[in-house]
Design a binder for this molecule. Structure first.
Ligand code: FBP
Length: 549
């Protein structure tokens, strides 16, 4: 594999490990746990893995469990920087337990387990991927592991390869499925432990036990670098408003973190829009007012950050999308037979009066995007909806109206952007390199401790990495019951932006100043070489969440 000079240099980076994981470890069992809510239901659904104790690892000079452990690993869902280091950490951890241990990677996500597609991950393969971005070492996929048949099929290959521990690296849904799999294998006395690792750039897999999901740190730093560059361009030419949509399927953590890093003129936070029951029109008015205020000072430029999931948080749009999802599911064939031009009228005719009125008020492009193919769960794919264009267009229409009414006399030229895929496979920051490697080493310790139904957890992550706390959290502890596709299901609670949390409060305290003045910050690229103040800083979200403001 031909490598860039930076890749070469970076491959030699030795991730910093928490003190407890630097040598032999001893598990310290804490108190028994319970789920965040719906305790009786979760207990009933997880009779074998509910209520297990939290555990932490402490350094030990006692002799370790040292028979070989064969492990399997799966990358599930969207890419996130640092996945390769989790795998390197598991590999090194299993080899440290016994050099004859083996690690197998199932190919292209959970499907690899079901279809029996795998490779053995050997030292030379692992070394090629240390400290690199991407999931290409074994590939990833979005197949859901939900059915008993899939579990049984997976067990066949796990037994055949003598694998006693399976690590699933994924987001909230994949870790929920890992917990269900752990429970199932335990219930049939299958000799396989199932563990999870918290991954997603979206940052919405976090709670009291998991401080952050890996990949969030790197992805937001990449987006912030580019937004910073745009802001400098914007402040130089002084003639464009940039509307920038940022990934994050549901929660607005990415948009909020980027706002904290670059101090743009406008940032929309979906959770606040929903809490305040704002309409699309309210969001447009909010942005247009800031544009008009800046124009009155002769500043016809600025930046607007928009979270990818916004559209589904606007209550009226949410109702429209829900009805569209049902309509598409029940009339898909008929809908596809009509020519593209007539589809809009068809939808307008079929929808209820209220939703029909909203749908017909949308620009043609966005109306069409709302009827594009659904994801495997029948949901609209928000990353395909060009909210940035929708808002830019609607703000322009509002300003034109105000111009006619003599209320606004500025210039409004827009450029739109969408940043998502640009950051998901970036070379991991030091934080993600260290955090991910520690999550992997920790998973190997959990394997040796013999537990199942646990998620690898590294805490105290705003302290120097030596002081990070390593351990395992029973996944059922993070669960509650939620309605999914009409049925009540046990799931890990998704973390949305907390409107009472420090990161949001800090943003609210400053956003009016950022709107009116030019307070832009230009973070520049991620630094891999230099002092800790340049290279090791965690995200602002994490810093503010852990601070006692
Ligand atoms: P995960 O939740 O699986 O980590 O993926 C997150 C994400 O990057 C979202 O931000 C985005 O909406 C989605 O994946 C895009 O999906 P795809 O990779 O299938 O295009």
């Amino acid at each position: 594999m031909v490598k860039s000079p930076l890749q070469e240099a970076r491959s030699k980076y030795a991730p910093k490990l928490p003190k407890a994981l630097q040598g032999a470890v001893e598990p310290v069992m804490g108190e028994n746990t319970m789920s965040v809510s719906d305790q009786e239901d979760i207990k009933r659904l997880f009779p074998n893995t509910y209520g297990l104790p939290k555990l932490t690892f402490k350094a030990s000079d006692k002799k370790q469990h040292n028979t070989p452990i064969h492990g399997g690993v799966i990358l599930s869902g969207g890419q996130a920087p640092g996945g390769h280091n989790v795998i390197a950490g598991i590999f090194d951890g299993l080899k440290a337990i016994n050099p004859d241990s083996k690690l197998y990677g199932f190919l292209m996500g959970p499907d690899g387990l079901v279809q029996h597609k795998y490779i053995e991950l050997t030292a030379d393969i692992i070394d090629e991927y240390r400290n690199t971005g991407g999931f290409d070492i074994i590939g990833s996929g979005r197949t859901k592991l939900e059915e008993t048949e899939q579990f049984d099929k997976g067990l066949e290959i796990l037994k055949q390869l003598n694998i006693s521990v399976l690590v699933i690296i994924g987001g909230d849904d994949s870790n929920t499925n890992a917990a269900v799999l752990a429970e199932y294998y335990k219930s049939i006395n299958a000799p396989v432990q199932v563990l999870g690792c918290p991954k997603t750039i979206d940052g919405d897999l976090k709670n009291d036990q998991i401080e952050t999901s890996f990949g969030f740190d790197t992805a937001t730093k990449v987006y912030s670098e580019v937004i910073g560059n745009i802001q400098r361009d914007c402040n130089s030419a002084r003639k464009y408003w940039h509307f920038i949509k940022l990934m994050g399927r549901s929660a607005s953590h990415i948009a909020l973190e980027c706002a904290l890093q670059v101090q743009p003129n406008v940032t929309i936070i979906s959770e606040e829009v929903e809490a305040n029951n704002m309409s699309l029109d309210d969001v447009v008015t909010y942005i247009a007012e800031i544009v008009a205020q800046r124009a009155s000072k002769g500043e016809n430029f600025g930046t607007v950050l928009i979270p990818e999931g916004l559209i589904e948080f606007i209550p009226a749009m949410k109702h429209l999308i829900a009805e569209l999802n049902d309509l598409m599911a029940s009339h898909e064939a008929e809908f596809k037979l009509i020519g593209a031009k007539k589809q809009r009228e068809y939808v307008i005719r079929k929808l209820s009066a209220k939703n029909s009125a909203i749908y017909s008020s949308l620009p043609t492009l966005v109306a069409r995007q709302l009827t594009l193919d659904r994801d495997p769960h029948g949901n609209v794919q928000v990353s395909l909806i060009e909210t940035e264009k929708l808002l830019a267009e609607m703000v322009k229409a509002r300003l034109d109206k105000w111009h006619e009414e003599g209320k606004y006399n500025g210039k409004f030229s827009t450029i739109t952007h969408f940043f998502g895929y640009e950051g998901r496979c970036a070379m991991p920051s030091n934080f993600d390199s260290d955090y991910c490697y520690a999550l992997g080493r920790n998973a190997a310790c959990l394997a040796a401790a013999g537990v199942t139904g646990y998620m690898s957890s590294i805490m105290n992550t705003t302290a120097p990495s030596e002081e990070w706390i390593a351990g395992g959290i029973p996944t059922t502890m993070m669960m509650n019951m939620e309605r999914r596709h009409g049925e009540l299901k046990p799931v890990i609670q998704k973390a949305l932006v907390d409107l009472n949390g420090n990161p949001f409060k800090y943003f609210v305290a400053n956003r009016d100043t950022w709107a009116q003045d030019v307070c832009y910050i230009y973070p520049g690229p991620i630094q891999y070489f230099g002092g800790p103040e340049l290279c090791d800083k965690p995200s602002k979200t994490l810093e503010l969440e852990q601070s006692k403001l």
